[in-house]
Design a protein around this ligand. Structure first.
Ligand SMILES: [Zn+2]
Length: 448
């Protein structure tokens, strides 16, 4: 047992329960008690003095491309399409070694910023690149994060009217077969699972309608979730109108891609009808505020999505369009963007924390197990230090976490296992991960 006590607690449960001085008790991989004051009993438990700290649910990252950690700093002034065209040929050279190094570093960075569950959207599978999906799953196990890799795919290249070159797309049937194989090999539907697979064709301008439809059929027959990019940029909307004669959300609807088993990355450019459709169908959104800023894509209508009861989570997005790769600071970034769009009442600090926790758990279909601190849920807990110069004196700990600078972690638990302690990883060596990432990035750059 691990007992965290003498800390502020923000449970992010349905009632918004908070304790100015409380405890979280963990046994095995589950939370057994959350409440005010110290935890009575369990004299043999490992006790963590959380004085000066805030306990929250571990953050849930709903969109990423971990391999991109090895391709940071490219195409610095480009919009999405220009950025992709510069990067596709670089990505064509990745292999399992690249992905292992990039995923280890990317997941380590996420853990150090309070993330306990991450998804990944991997859609580049070079023919002689080895088993890249296995490589990132191995990396997640080493870092110790709960992991939802999405088996992505692209089958629409330039010669067929798409954006990517032939070198990075797959044959449609081969992509579907490999996706089925990924589910068979790695998907764990059991309670408390550390690895779950989702099915994730990449985007409207890189995937054929047939692959979208058949991927949805496959996911639903296998009981796994669906993920894709949608409505990220004005150029994507123009593409959909020209090629399909409708908006991206109407296109997704025509393919069977709206539903409570689907979550969409970005959803920036939405008309009121599209927002209503997402709300009515329970389709989730992975909001990626820093990536949208880096690419100048626009500001997602998060307030309107929440008012329409759309499940909204936060995503860091791939590190090639968001070099920082940390999830904690996205709480503040989401709040800032919502307020730039809708004024200072558009999103509260607590709503922002809810996006990063229970909102993300809803996107991944795991709100029954993750995203809030409640007895019976999985013991994924972040304990943030708020007594340093960055936060000291801010009376409201949730405001300190969201408005303040990135908070150091006193402790990060994933399923009750210590992954970060006193600001350092307990699982992998950070300096070795950085060195491996630098080698992988240099190799890709020099092969140009
Ligand atoms: Zn993305």
């Amino acid at each position: 047992m691990i007992v965290i006590e003498h800390c502020a607690v923000s449970t992010v449960d349905g009632a918004g329960t908070e304790h100015a001085d409380g405890h979280v008790a963990v046994e095995g991989d589950r939370i057994v008690a959350v409440g005010p004051g110290p935890y009575e009993g369990a004299p043999d438990a490992t006790r963590v003095d959380g004085t000066g700290c805030l306990a929250t649910p571990g953050l849930v990252n709903t969109h990423h491309h971990l391999y991109q950690s090895a391709t940071r700093g490219y195409a610095q002034q480009e919009i999405l399409f220009g950025w992709l065209k510069e990067l596709y040929p670089v990505w064509a050279r990745i292999d399992a070694g690249t992905v292992h190094a990039a995923a280890t570093a990317g997941l380590a960075k996420l853990a150090l910023s309070g993330c306990t569950t991450s998804t990944d959207h991997h859609y580049v599978f070079p023919r002689d690149g080895g088993d890249v999906l296995a490589a990132e799953i191995e990396a997640a196990a080493a870092v110790g994060l709960r992991f939802h890799p999405c088996r992505g795919s692209m089958d629409l290249s330039v010669k067929d009217g798409g954006l990517p070159p032939d070198s990075v797309v797959e044959d449609t049937d081969a992509a579907l077969a490999a996706t089925k194989d990924a589910i068979d090999r790695f998907h764990d539907p059991s309670p408390g699972a550390m690895v779950r697979i989702a099915v994730a064709p990449c985007s409207p301008f890189s995937v054929t309608p047939r692959l979208m439809r058949e991927a949805a059929d496959l996911a639903r027959s296998e009981g796994v979730r669906l993920h894709t990019h949608l409505a990220e940029t004005v150029e994507e909307e123009a593409y959909c109108r020209e090629v399909h004669g409708c908006t991206p959300v109407d296109y997704a609807e025509s393919l069977g891609w709206l539903g409570d088993d689907v979550w969409l990355a970005h959803a920036v450019h939405l008309d009121p009808g599209a927002i209503a459709k997402l709300g009515a169908t329970g389709t989730g959104v992975a909001h990626c505020p820093s990536s949208n800023g880096r690419l100048g894509a626009g500001i997602a209508p998060v307030r309107d999505l929440l008012d329409a009861r759309v499940p909204v989570g936060l995503g860091v997005d791939g590190a090639a369009s968001q070099e920082a790769g940390q999830l904690g600071p996205e709480l503040r970034q989401a709040l800032y963007l919502a307020r730039l769009r809708g004024g200072p009442a558009a999103l509260t600090a607590r709503e922002s924390l809810a996006l990063g926790t229970i909102g993300g758990a809803r996107c991944l279909g795991r709100a029954d197990e993750l995203g809030s601190l409640e007895a019976g849920k999985l013991a994924d807990v972040a304990l943030w230090r708020l007594d340093g110069i960055g936060h000291a004196g801010i009376d409201d700990p949730v405001a300190a976490l969201v408005f303040g600078p990135p908070a150091p972690l006193r402790l990060l638990l994933v399923g009750g296992r210590v992954v970060v302690q006193d600001g350092a990883l307990s699982t992998v060596d950070e300096a070795m991960a950085a060195a491996a990432l630098a080698r992988a990035a240099r190799k890709l750059r020099e092969a140009r």
